[in-house]
Design a protein around this ligand. Structure first.
Ligand SMILES: CC(C)(COP(=O)(O)OP(=O)(O)OC[C@H]1O[C@@H](n2cnc3c(N)ncnc32)[C@H](O)[C@@H]1OP(=O)(O)O)[C@@H](O)C(=O)NCCC(=O)NCCS
Length: 181
């Protein structure tokens, strides 16, 4: 499905464009934003590759990866990055990261809500999950606030910042989403 365009109260999700690389680098190149992610800060070239990869994914048929820009109402510039990867059995995994200058204003909560709308209402998924670092309390808060309950711990899930790290998974099922709407 392409193009995706989903509007929320303050934010919207849109397809990536080549000129989003600089704004995404402000997130993925930042120590602060990547502290709890599965990789260390990325350079401009790597981030440009992620944007091009996301654009290529958007044009695949069937499409399984939705790498999208999060924008603030009235401003088309990328303020965050939101990703949903479709898996077998109508499942999907989400990931999200916002520019640190925008943190603490409920945008993370709305970003997760928009990803759940994409997964359940647009793509008809049954189960959507996310994995976070055990120390990532902001991520725990935004997923929990959207009804994504903690499901378990994946031990040594990723090797990052020089060490193995567990992940805590959060999940929401289709019926739970419908009841929360
Ligand atoms: C996770 C993230 C998207 C949250 O975005 P946000 O816009 O700040 O989220 P919200 O404002 O909707 O809510 C944040 C919640 O976490 C809390 N929080 C924010 N930063 C925090 C921090 N550094 N430590 C502890 N709690 C924090 C806030 O208090 C708020 O909870 P509350 O409303 O119960 O007080 C943002 O921090 C981010 O982009 N982080 C880097 C990437 C990342 O970790 N992505 C998740 C990968 S699993």
């Amino acid at each position: 499905m392409n193009p995706i365009s989903i509007e929320g109260q303050q934010l919207a999700l849109r397809e990536l464009r080549e000129d989003d690389a600089e704004a995404l680098h402000a997130i993925y190149g930042s120590e602060q934003a990547t502290e709890h992610l599965s990789f260390e800060p990325r350079d401009r070239e790597a981030v440009a590759g992620i944007v091009l990869g996301g654009i290529a994914d958007a044009n695949r048929e069937p499409r399984t990866v939705y790498a999208l820009a999060v924008t603030l109402e009235g401003n088309a510039e990328l303020m965050g990055y939101a990703r949903l990867a479709v898996e077998p059995h109508r499942a999907g995994q989400i990931g999200f990261a916002l520019n640190p200058s925008a943190w603490g204003r409920s945008y993370g909560t709305e970003t997760v809500r928009l990803l759940l709308r994409l997964g359940f209402d647009v793509l008809g998924l049954h189960r959507i999950w996310g994995a976070r670092s055990p120390k990532n309390t902001a991520s725990a808060a935004v997923m929990s606030r959207n009804g994504m309950v903690e499901e378990g711990r994946i031990r040594d899930h990723v090797f990052t910042h020089g060490a193995w790290r567990d992940s805590i998974t959060h999940v929401i099922l289709e019926g739970e989403w419908r009841r929360s709407e």
